[in-house]
Ligand binder design. Structure first.
Ligand SMILES: Cc1cc2nc3c(=O)[nH]c(=O)nc-3n(C[C@H](O)[C@H](O)[C@H](O)COP(=O)(O)OP(=O)(O)OC[C@H]3O[C@@H](n4cnc5c(N)ncnc54)[C@H](O)[C@@H]3O)c2cc1C
Length: 337
């Protein structure tokens, strides 16, 4: 059986490696960083199914995840909509989850090379799961963990004039605070102060005051900029999965689910290659086609809704519909699943 190399030890890479080890494929994951580490991520998985977790053989890693069914959307501090999800979103910190998946993988005989950055060149047997492609982009993602922060419902989403931010209770009485904003050189401060400045600038001053009164874990603060949402493009002969293939807007809470689902759909074609039943070029082409079939509608819908949320007239329309009780939350949610 032929071996596979995976570049990037996030959810797509580790999820894929677990599934391949189940079939005894020799697999090495190269991760540029070290575990454990914080990530810019809202840390709730929406739309994930027990079947996908089982297919990847990673159900156990999520066994103690918090489960959230309810939430509230706010717009500049005012309640817009209370919602209930069709199935619970799973919430746990990437700081805990990624290292857990890495250790479990090693116990199954997978290799993980930390501080190992591969170069982005297509070659036979290489799967690229190294996340979004760095490029000039209009966004900044900011994230921190806070304690002593009370939430009215399971999840909170806050829409502002310059972006949106989610609050998700994770383990150890921590609340993940994670947002996407339009990059603005006028915003000032470092670390959590910068996040508060973005919130105030977007009309979310009351949320900024709530955060300022909470206990913030400064070491959990992270920021990332220089990326585009949607299909990432690039060399079509490279086998890409997860964010490296396409990035859905974060308000959907579906990025990690997409990373795991993309790993799931790649397993069968990759297994055929390891058994010499198909060539590499054909394997990559099949995976690309399956990715487009599964995610094209979801990414397109996510992109349209994202634009509406961040457009003044779009946000006004949403506020008006929500005020009349006419916002079709479940049908809109179904479009980004
Ligand atoms: C602000 C924000 C909030 C978000 N909130 C949510 C949310 O609430 N729910 C949700 O589901 N999704 C959310 N997402 C999206 C989610 O984080 C991603 O979709 C998910 O992490 C993608 O997983 P991945 O494995 O494809 O990539 P990643 O998790 O980014 O993993 C890629 C890995 O590759 C490594 N790497 C990079 N380059 C190399 C290299 N050259 N060689 C080797 N390794 C390399 C990186 O160090 C990293 O560990 C959010 C994103 C942002 C920006």
């Amino acid at each position: 059986m032929k071996a596979l190399t995976i570049a990037g030890g996030g959810l797509a890479g580790l999820g894929l490696a677990h599934a391949l080890r189940r079939h005894e494929v020799p697999v090495t994951v190269h991760e540029a960083g070290r575990y454990p580490r914080h990530r810019v991520c809202g840390e709730f998985l929406s739309g994930i199914t027990p079947e996908t977790l089982a297919a990847l053989d990673i159900s156990e890693a999520f066994a103690d995840a918090r489960r959230h069914l309810d939430g509230t959307w706010f717009s500049s501090g005012k309640k817009l909509l209370e919602f209930s999800l069709p199935t619970p979103a799973l919430a746990l910190s990437r700081h805990g989850l990624d290292v857990r998946l890495k250790l479990d993988l090693e116990n199954k005989g997978g290799q993980v090379e930390e501080l190992s950055r591969l170069s982005r060149h297509a070659r036979e047997g290489l799967v690229w799961t190294a996340g979004r492609i760095p490029r000039r982009g209009p966004w900044i993602g900011l994230k921190l963990h806070a304690r002593d922060l009370k939430l009215g419902s399971g999840l909170e989403m806050h829409l502002g004039g310059n972006g949106y931010i989610g609050l998700t209770p994770v383990e150890d009485d921590r609340v993940n605070v994670s947002g996407l904003f339009q990059l603005d050189p006028r915003r000032e401060g470092k670390g959590p102060v910068l996040l508060l400045d973005y919130l105030r600038a977007g009309g979310n001053g009351s949320l900024a005051e709530r955060l300022a009164a909470a206990t913030i874990d400064e070491s959990s603060f992270l920021g990332v900029s220089g990326f585009e949402l949607g299909w990432q493009g690039g060399d079509t002969s490279l086998c890409t999965l997860g964010d490296a293939a396409g990035m859905i807007p974060p308000f959907t809470g579906n990025g990690m689910t997409m990373a795991l689902e993309s790993a799931e759909l790649a397993v069968a074609p990759l297994l055929r290659w390891t058994r010499n039943e198909t060539g590499w070029d054909e394997t990559v082409a099949v995976i690309r086609k399956d990715l487009h079939r599964k995610f094209a509608r979801r990414l397109a819908a996510g992109s349209v809704l994202h634009r509406i949320l961040l457009d003044k007239r779009g946000a006004f329309l949403i506020r008006s519909l929500a005020g009349l009780g006419l916002l079709p939350f479940r049908p809109l949610l179904a479009m980004v699943r």
